[in-house]
Write a protein that binds this ligand. Structure first.
Ligand SMILES: NC(=O)c1ccc[n+]([C@@H]2O[C@H](COP(=O)([O-])OP(=O)(O)OC[C@H]3O[C@@H](n4cnc5c(N)ncnc54)[C@H](OP(=O)(O)O)[C@@H]3O)[C@@H](O)[C@H]2O)c1
Length: 246
């Protein structure tokens, strides 16, 4: 038995990287996981693998830019498992590059996924959390918002916007119903660089990842740590980065 055993946990961006590692770890520790992302074949394979190992997992096609998809993800958790204990808002994209590229479409896409996607999750989960009298919102933000570096201005802006709105939500939720956690990873070995359109920047980030990155399982362990605390303990902000990252 762990404090995660029996919890119902929905995860966005569960088809790869940090979301996939988090789903595997939480399911291993006894949670029922509800997996959301757009690549449903990846979700289906992951859910099957979790079930083959004795865990509980279902999938739900989810594009976080669509509010109704988050309503459906949360609805699936409640319909299938009776409630939702935790929403891990993890889906994200990184269309980074110099501001002079004027990649307005990329900027908009990051705002839609990284910021609006989290807001859609809050809108879907908050009424359920309040009805239950309990709930936990975990988001994956980034060290990009803590140390501002070239090429990551808009990406960092979306992550810091999430950090800000979570703190505001936390301050409005001191009645003990809601816990909020913002996890800021540094370089993590995932598919995130695939979403970078600027080829030069993409190759640089891939080189940095090869050289520095930690495994997504390390971030999954932090998610589990935040979730397994007693109900009256909130892990607010955690930074996790490679020990060699500057
Ligand atoms: N890797 C790092 O170094 C690092 C560092 C700091 C923060 N982060 C953050 O960690 C989170 C997870 O990223 P990752 O590193 O694990 O990268 P990843 O392997 O590329 O995973 C990103 C996930 O987001 C999903 N996603 C993208 N757009 C989506 C949309 N519109 N709707 C639903 N899901 C969407 C992807 O699934 P589909 O494509 O199947 O929809 C995928 O499952 C992101 O928020 C990222 O910003 C990563």
């Amino acid at each position: 038995m762990t404090a995660i055993d029996g919890k119902v946990i929905a995860i966005t961006g569960a088809s790869s990287g940090i979301g996939e590692a988090t789903a595997r770890l939480l399911a291993e520790r006894g949670a029922a996981v509800v997996l959301g992302a757009r690549r449903t074949h990846r979700l289906d394979e992951l859910a099957q693998d979790i079930r083959d190992r004795g865990g509980r997992a279902i999938t739900c096609a989810t594009d976080v830019t669509r509010r109704e998809d988050l309503d459906r993800l949360v609805g699936r958790a409640v319909a299938e498992f009776g409630r939702l204990d935790v929403l891990v808002s993890n889906a994200g994209i990184s269309k980074i590059g110099p501001m002079t590229d004027l990649d307005v479409d990329g900027w908009s896409a990051m705002i839609d996924v990284n910021l609006r996607g989290v807001l859609h999750g809050i809108a879907a989960a908050l009424p359920v959390f309040r009805r239950q009298g309990r709930g936990h919102l975990v988001t994956t933000v980034s060290t990009s918002g803590l140390k501002i570096v070239p090429h990551q201005a808009v990406y960092a802006g979306t992550k810091n916007a999430v950090r800000t709105l979570l703190e505001g939500l936390r301050q409005e939720s001191t009645d003990g119903v809601l816990r909020t956690t913002a996890i800021s990873p540094g370089y993590v070995r995932t598919e995130l660089a695939d979403s970078i359109d600027n080829a030069q920047v993409r190759e640089q980030i891939r080189r940095n990842m090869d050289e520095l990155a930690i495994d997504p399982e390390a971030v999954a362990r932090v998610v589990a740590f935040a979730i397994e605390q007693p109900d009256d303990v909130e892990i607010g902000e955690v930074t996790i980065r490679p020990a060699t990252q500057g």
